[in-house]
Design a protein around this ligand. Structure first.
Ligand SMILES: [Fe+2]
Length: 390
């Protein structure tokens, strides 16, 4: 049996990789670009850094660009409409997505809707969107969602608070400029949330039923880079080497899950995010210890490999010892990174319990729980949600 691996065509990795954007546009033959980003990227001067090199660099053709800077965290259908209208009106050759996962996810959706029209819900899973949209050049500024190297985008349908999972090669960026220097100024809270998201991608890709030999290498590589550096970047954002390892680990984690899928943590996390506006990485973090504990008996060897790759268990440890260490570490990590419980985050318990059934149904509909080594029933999902309050 073989596995189809889909990757960005170009990956530029390392310090100042983002400044290679004019060369990338040139090599792709795409001189007219729409930069899709958010207002924070404008304020921080990151957009100006990109537009400056676009203005200065001598490319074989004149580069023309505009900026759409109204993407929002956890993007909704409404939040991308103006971007779609702008992309449609402007006759652009490509989109430069600059920002965290939300900006990149917004850009991917805009790239498809601008070219093919329709509504976002037309493109949601289980439809597989393989047709290419406008080419996307992704420049991540967090480590991270890995969205620069995934065939996935998540857009919330605000009419029913559902995070729509949209998948297919059409959502894979053509180029990923992976520049860790853009993450140095990310605040500690976001660093922790996005870092746990990246770790979760790697673990879930590795234990996924759709894991394959290729995705395994990327997942293990990601865990080796992320696990020893996550606390470091949380406590000291200026640690260049730790930031570099986190950024690369995040991209590898994206490659891993894009080619193997995520599993139960992500399946359960999306509804929490949609209903209670919990940042994506944070809802993953709330779930990761208990969902791992629930799942471990179905793939003890795989989870033990994760513990060893993360450097918290040795080859001498039995699988059982390694798995105990993994659970201890995931809880300790949440404590050290000050991950709040749902109550501490400010979620109303009664409201949470009243939507557990709906969240369980949405989680199952996303398909992600089906990739988990242990596949829960709807009742078990409800219990897992409720157990977050124990
Ligand atoms: Fe994620």
């Amino acid at each position: 049996m073989s596995s189809q691996i889909i990757l960005p065509r170009i990956m530029q990795v390392g310090a100042q990789a983002s400044l290679a954007v004019p060369d990338i546009l040139d090599s792709m033959g795409c001189p007219r670009a729409l930069i899709v980003t958010d207002n924070m990227m404008v304020k921080l001067g990151y957009v100006a850094n990109i537009t400056k090199v676009l203005d200065q660099k001598n490319t074989t053709v004149d580069v023309y660009f505009d900026v759409f800077s109204d993407t929002v965290p956890e993007p909704t259908v409404a939040s991308i409409q103006a971007g779609v209208a702008m992309a449609r009106a402007g006759k652009y050759d490509c989109i430069i997505a600059l920002g965290g996962g939300s900006s990149i996810d917004s850009a991917k959706a805009i790239a498809i809707l601008a070219k093919y029209g329709g509504e976002m819900k037309d493109y949601r899973f289980p439809r597989i969107v393989n047709e290419p949209g406008l080419p996307v050049i992704a420049i991540p500024t967090t480590a991270g969602t890995g969205s620069e190297a995934t065939r996935v985008t998540i857009i919330t349908d605000e009419t029913n608070d559902e995070k729509m999972l949209c998948m297919g090669a059409g959502f894979m960026p053509v180029a990923a400029l992976v520049d860790y220097t853009l993450t140095i100024s990310v605040p500690a809270r976001t660093t922790a949330d996005t870092g746990i998201d990246a770790l979760t991608h790697a673990i879930e890709a590795y234990v996924s039923k759709k894991a394959n030999a290729y995705s395994d290498t990327q997942a293990i590589g990601a865990m080796k880079l992320i696990a020893p550096n996550l606390r470091k970047v949380y406590h000291n954002g200026e640690d260049q080497q730790a930031r570099e390892h986190m950024m690369l680990g995040s991209t590898l984690g994206g490659v891993a899950f894009s080619n193997a899928s995520v599993a139960l943590v992500h399946g359960m996390s999306r509804p929490i995010g949609a209903f209670f506006h919990v940042p994506h990485g944070l809802s993953n973090a709330m779930l990761l210890p208990s969902v791992t504990e629930y799942s471990i008996s179905a793939a003890p060897g795989r989870y033990a490999d994760c513990a060893r790759a993360m450097g918290i268990a040795s080859v001498q440890d039995s699988n059982q010892q390694a798995n105990e260490k993994l659970l201890t570490e995931l809880k300790a990590l949440n404590d050290e990174l000050s991950v709040p419980t749902p109550a501490q985050f400010g979620i109303d318990k009664n409201k949470f319990f009243s939507v557990c059934q709906t969240m369980a149904e949405q989680a199952l509909a996303s398909g992600s729980p089906g990739n988990n080594p242990r596949v829960p029933s709807a009742e078990e999902l409800v219990s897992l949600y409720q157990a977050l309050w124990d």
